[in-house]
Write a protein that binds this ligand. Sequence first.
Ligand SMILES: C[S@@+](CC[C@H](N)C(=O)[O-])C[C@H]1O[C@@H](n2cnc3c(N)ncnc32)[C@H](O)[C@@H]1O
Length: 217
Amino acid sequence: MSLGVRDIVRSYDSPVVRTYAAIRFQILRQRFLDEIGQYLPEQGRILDVGCGFGLFALYFAGQSAGRDVQGFDYNARRIAMATRSAERIGLANCRFTVADAAVAAIDQPFDAVYMLDILHHIPVPAVAPLISRITHSLAPGGRLIVKDVADRPVHKRWFTWALDKAMDYRTPVSYWCIDDMRRMLAGQGYVVHVHQMVDYLPYPHVIYVCTRNGGPA
Ligand SMILES: C[S@@+](CC[C@H](N)C(=O)[O-])C[C@H]1O[C@@H](n2cnc3c(N)ncnc32)[C@H](O)[C@@H]1O
């Protein structure tokens, strides 16, 4: 089983969402999917926090039938579309629920958790408690992958801010400096490796690969 990006884009009913999905897969294209995907187990339970329309949960579930991928987002409309797409594609190993990451209980065990461009939308005081709840749900040696955008360079930060506000002008936005994010994650008991992904698009992409309890990096 190997699901392609095109199959996922085509699975949405709305042409607007299909266009968004195609653009999102241009921003987080194959290079990023491979970079993130290499840290996710082929077998096991994986959580996508702030999954939006479910593009990447569908993608990573579609890469291996041994993965059980769960995604949540506080936007009920996006979750309904993600659920509809999983049904249409026929993916039985991918499920979606509505929840607010700032307060959601994460009480099931997971082998890996990832968060793609959501942490900068979480109010800063709620971030460390959220990471703590994720950490408690992760198996020893399990990985947390955080893909976010940094606060530097300034022109890239403004570009990202304009796009975030264009998508939803009400959404809170706080871009973290890389050292603060690294310190916060390390303070929660992770070995943290930081990859800055230089891109032709003006995004200050950063991937934090966090391994719990010093398991293999
Ligand atoms: C930039 S989008 C990224 C979506 C998805 N991770 C992706 O990469 O396509 C940010 C997502 O975070 C969600 N979000 C923001 N704050 C949230 C919160 N407190 N709890 C759950 N989801 C949240 C938004 O609804 C949106 O779907």
